[in-house]
Design a protein around this ligand. Sequence first.
Ligand code: SF4
Length: 702
Amino acid sequence: FKYRNSTKAKTTCSYCGVGCGIEVSVDKKGKIELEGIEDHPVSRGMLCSKGRNLNYVVQDQTDRLMYPQMRWSKYHPLERVDWDTAIDRAAAVFKTFIEKHGPDSVGFYVSGQCLTEEYYLVNKLTKGYIGTNNVDTNSRLCMSSAVMGYVKTLGEDSVPISYEDIELADTFLIAGANPAWCHPILFRRIEAHKEKNPDTKIIVIDPRVTDSCSLADLHLQLRPGTDITLLQAIGRVLIEEGNIDLDFIQNHADGFDSYKEEVMSTSLEDASKICDVSIDDIKLAASYIGNAKAYLSMWTMGLNQSTQGVNNNLALINLNLITGQIGKPGAGPFSLTGQPNAMGGREVGGMASLLAAHRKQASPEDRQEVANFWGVDSVPDKPGLTATQMFDALDSGELKAIWIICTNPSVSMPDANLVDRAMKKAKFVVVQDISSRSDTVKYADLILPAAGWLEKEGTMTNSERRISYLPKMVDAPGEALADSEILIRFAKKMGYPGFEFKNEEEVYKEHCQLTKGTNIDISGLNYDRLKNEGSVQWPVPSETHPGTPRLFTDKKFYTPNQKAQILTTGVSNEADMLSQDFPLVLTTGRIRDQWHTMTRSGKVSKLNKHISKPYLEIHPSDAAERGIKNGDSVLISGARGEVRVNATVTENIKKGVVFLPMHWGKLMGSEFGRANNLTNKAFDPISKQPGFKYSAVEVKKY
Ligand code: SF4
């Protein structure tokens, strides 16, 4: 480490959307130690296994990219170059493509791990100056169905609740989520709350028996892809038993009559058969929700990562709306964010379909307002390519160059074999990352080494709209630079004005000004306040405003008539069709101690001890039918590829369903365990989020 003085500072964990507080100390020799912050409003001194070991991730620099590398053509090897040469080359190539093929021939694929300032810069650069909306993020794979669920029902992408509602709720619905492993500190808070208040009811909806089921009063182990039917059946029982809030429905919501007609069109008997959940359990879930004083629903990838992801969201949010369980203590629909700054990225409009501060990309007035603010003629109206569309466009040749920041699509994108092929065919690939163990690096024509957590400053927003400041505490290794510095150097080399920022704070200030007057106004929240007061929840419209824990307390929503929208879903299908060749449903997900494609968590030996290699969960009857025993090597095949791992035969998974963890790629030690060889890039028509949770496969002993 080049760090000179010992120091101590407060920061936020950089793994997940929970946003736990960490106090970090660095001694004169560069040794980093950390602990949870006792009075932190999110984590109250707690950290999960991943957060607790972040110091090892920073200190182990064996995998770090240290200097820029470049090749002059696809036939040349990568060679070390200096930053000027690297940025000159990137600018020359991008200029050539933009001049020859137009601005839509280039794109940026970024990450929910990026800090808000970095997101702001890449968004301004792409939409304001290059002139394309081709900037998307891996949050598309994670949150975009929840975003559209909120937009359609509440008028904007606005998480209405605060974590303090956990301790105020008496009934929880956890749907398509395993917070015990994926949002551990929030789960600890639910656990502690239930321990103190044993009458608290917890319903879990999941085809797997996960650790989160340990708290459940009721586990609805549904058939994958039947969430809408199940949630609507619960809605039907609530209506039939009069357990709805007529005052809320009449005065604060639209659409109840159509919703009622839709849910009444499927009998409980039919719903029970479709979902493989008993009528008694459907009725019990409805009675828990209907009798709740404060009902909090939580969900994540099980609902979002579906080709009917938006409708899944609508079906779940509808239950909060018909019962009036929103905008009051302990109540509301709470989408659990996956990544630490997925929400910050949405605030700046850093996606192909968004505009800054929740302005609407389709609105000419909104686009002009942003263009005027940036000092450019216009912001493009045509929606950009979303995550999976970008790789399709590279494959077809429509997109010539892609700049990938802080994400590893070779492992994380669905239909990964197609993604590999697309990057091989691309004319120019820039990879800006911290780790050489990203499988995407091998496709790079230009590698730009970036600074990581503690090595740069900026802000992030967690799942409850809480913005926190992350200080720089150590220098980045080698010649690595902060992502914001790299983007500013590139923008200047392209000759774009509007990037005369001296530091991240100036970028943040500009972003705050752009939010002024909107529903996410943070013009009253500056770096000084964040450093002195700690984290604050938006909106924060003035310097004396304390922040906003809960939205919609006045029952006025962000829709044109200020009413919440109870919406029907219609019929939609999952990504794949089961067949004789591929009769099993594959679902994928996280394990407790790893994060995404393991480029950080995978280098901590303590974390690898939990589960050290990928595996397939399969039900005993499915295994017996195929002559598979626990521990056998199995081949999982589907229409797009194959995976080879060992089988874990367990009753914790529903018959007819198999599960693979999503983390492993070649460079993290599994040649044949990449789950996304099997997943489908088909996406929800509204959110464009792919349906990772439903792929048709067969399993054979290998
Ligand atoms: Fe970090 Fe999330 Fe664990 Fe908290 S729960 S320590 S934010 S990984």
